[in-house]
Design a protein around this ligand. Structure first.
Ligand SMILES: [Zn+2]
Length: 400
């Protein structure tokens, strides 16, 4: 079956934009699920264009051959089938390519992030469920540090990691953490009017009732401040919300976590869509004033404004600063994971490249695939397969 290629940017323009939420006198566009799926491919190809200048010639030490290599592995993600065809598979609601080289960068690659985070969400969800089934409970502890507009992200991330290590070595912390059965840890990064901001979110699990969140937050603040001070950093305990006049915890915040969903929304970096909105309503050439941008929003902005824009420079800084760092650590939950029969070591690259189980519903020749990559149409190619390969139609789609 031969089908015309549709560019992803043209495909999303055909989708409806509804209203999801009316509140605070604001209507948030609700996007078609297809738009959200295709958006990832738009972001990936946009990101690959932004990092295009970072390919360098390198001489192979053994053969003397000159090869091109990108500073960023995301450059090669989903661009080539490993064999001579790429397969499209369906596994429940998921339709995806298999047999493509993936980069495994959960920070900077929207495709690998979605795939790997789906797995992490299952793993973290299973821990929460098991903890609750045993009559246990969980809290979410969030740590932040004070920062200024001029702080480089790299410095902030390195400082936070060192402070976290200092904290776990303190006597008070060890005493407070003694009744835990395990924990998982994740890093969230945003960019706002005060520059880069990083949070460390830990879920703490208990076999019995969790400690009082406010009491635990009070007890953790001093050890956290000490841990930060050793790294030349600081934090404030409370922040006065000008709108409500309330004091909000900022250095250390603790909340009860009834299930994994609240914890996981911290990594649901796809809640705020703006690219499709801008694409369907016409691009806004004016500066967008927003207090806090998620990395994907930063990338969207960089794509729209181009490689010389301030956001493009921030995006490159973000890619460099997060290189080789883990976004989620399940290591402190190793004992719980073993009890659940789940793997305790995680590898984003392996998970991003794992071949999913599922039915093959289409095949794409390397020639056709290459065209789809060049014309930025991978997302709409998957949507075509999703819509045309319904079981009643039978047969397989061949894009050759
Ligand atoms: Zn990738």
């Amino acid at each position: 079956m031969k089908r015309g290629l549709v560019r992803d940017a043209d495909f999303v323009r055909t989708l409806p934009v509804g209203v999801r939420h009316l509140g605070d006198n604001r209507a948030v566009p609700s996007l078609d699920p297809a738009a959200l799926r295709v958006r990832r491919y738009l972001l990936l190809s946009g990101c690959q264009s932004l990092v295009y200048p970072f390919w360098r010639e390198r001489v192979d030490r053994e053969t003397g051959e000159v090869k091109l290599r990108s500073e960023f592995r995301v450059s090669i993600c989903c661009r080539e089938p490993v064999e001579d065809v790429a397969r499209i598979y369906r596994n429940g609601p998921t339709v995806g390519f298999s047999g493509l080289m993936r980069c495994g960068n959960v920070w900077g690659c929207p495709i690998c992030c979605a795939k790997v985070m789906r797995r992490r969400a299952e793993q973290i969800g299973a821990i929460f469920t098991a903890v609750h089934e045993r009559g246990g409970s969980a809290v979410m502890v969030t740590y932040t540090a004070a920062h200024t507009i001029s702080d480089p992200l790299e410095k902030l991330l390195v400082g936070l990691k060192a402070a976290k290590r200092n904290l776990t070595q303190s006597r008070t912390y060890r005493h407070l953490a003694a009744s835990r059965t395990g924990s998982v840890s994740a890093t969230e990064i945003t960019y706002g009017s005060k520059g880069w901001h990083a949070h460390q979110h830990d879920a703490w699990f208990f076999d019995l009732a969790a400690p009082d969140p406010n009491k635990l937050a009070d007890e953790l603040f001093d050890p956290w401040l000490n841990a930060l001070t050793k790294e030349g950093m600081s934090a404030v305990q409370f922040y006065r919300d000008k709108r409500t006049g309330e004091n909000r915890r900022i250095g250390v915040d603790v909340r009860a976590a009834w299930d994994a969903s609240e914890y996981l929304t911290k990594f649901d970096r796809e809640r705020n869509w703006s690219l499709a909105k801008e694409m369907t309503e016409g691009r806004s050439k004016q500066g967008r004033v927003q207090d806090s941008l998620t990395p994907w929003e930063l990338l969207e902005d960089a794509i729209i404004r181009g490689k010389d824009s301030p956001t493009a420079k921030l995006w490159i800084e973000y890619l460099r600063a997060t290189k080789g760092k883990s976004a989620i650590s399940l290591m402190p939950a190793a004992k719980l994971l073993k009890e659940l029969g789940m793997p305790t070591r995680l590898d984003d690259f392996i998970d991003a490249n794992s071949v999913g189980v599922g039915e093959v519903i289409g095949k794409v020749s390397d020639h056709y695939f290459d065209r789809a990559v060049r014309e930025c149409g991978l997302g709409s190619l998957l949507e075509a397969a999703r819509n045309s390969a319904l079981p009643e139609l039978g047969g397989m789609l061949n894009f050759v």
